[in-house]
Design a protein around this ligand. Structure first.
Ligand code: ADP
Ligand code: MG
Length: 223
């Protein structure tokens, strides 16, 4: 089992991100440009060119949508919220996708948890990203457990455990770097965004992974 502690690792996003965005957006743009030129020459083949252009445009849209999460308003509102309500909402959003993949989402939530001071939309984004990664890692189905409980007197622990393929040891240090992905359709932005949001909530993130699956632990302070 590998343990990765991302806690104090400061994000060196700006530079990496700028280069990454330029690269990631230029690739599909180059393809779009090229296929438009081919359409000019060969109108009969247009249908195929249209399909490629359309999927490349979608790709740019996905990348930009994920990045917009980072470009939040200067002041984010932190309010006292019930974490159970937030998790339940996220689970509802992902029910269809998990059912389609024969994945059972099991939750275990300690009763009467105190409210936590947070930005609800950002926390939802975090849970969606982690759960999506868990679902995407379990091609053969299985179960994902979501556990939430108090940890010491001043922290809430949220744990997400999947039975997926795990993260190979040599890649563990790469995950969370912008644009690092092992997926054909991945953007490699999810974990970086999660790290960023958790840091802003003064929380901690730990990821353990083995070939039996991955365990994500998020600690959030009860401010
Ligand atoms: P993306 O999902 O777009 O690839 P992420 O930042 O969410 O980007 O994840 C980066 C990479 O980390 C993934 O491509 C995958 O290789 C690995 N990863 C993340 N979570 C898991 C998980 N639960 N199980 C296995 N691999 C994971
Ligand atoms: Mg992801």
């Amino acid at each position: 089992t590998q343990d990765l502690i991302i806690n104090s690792e400061k994000l060196t996003i700006a530079g990496q991100l700028a280069a990454g965005i330029a690269h990631e957006v230029r690739n599909p743009l180059t393809a779009i440009k090229g296929f438009f030129q081919m359409m000019e020459k060969d109108l009969k083949g247009s249908k195929m060119y249209f399909d490629v252009i359309s999927s490349e445009i979608n790709r740019i849209e996905t990348i930009l949508n994920e990045l917009l999460v980072l470009a939040r308003p200067q002041q984010i509102k932190y309010e006292r919220k019930n974490i159970e309500v937030i998790i339940n909402h996220v689970i509802t959003l992902l029910k269809t996708q998990s059912n389609l993949n024969s994945i059972e989402l099991i939750k275990s939530i300690e009763p009467n948890l105190p409210l936590i001071k947070c930005n609800e939309n950002q926390l939802k984004q975090v849970f969606i990203n982690f759960l999506k990664n868990a679902i995407e890692a379990m091609e053969k189905g299985g179960r994902i457990t979501i556990e939430i409980r108090k940890h010491h007197t001043d922290t809430i622990m949220i744990q997400i455990v999947d039975q997926g393929s795990g993260i190979p040891e040599h890649l563990l240090s790469k995950i969370g770097e912008p644009f690092f992905t092992t997926k054909e359709q991945g953007t490699g932005l999810g974990l970086m965004i999660c790290k960023n949001i958790i840091e802003e909530h003064k929380g901690n993130l730990h990821i353990d992974s083995s070939s039996n699956g991955t365990r994500v632990e998020i600690l959030l302070p009860l401010l």
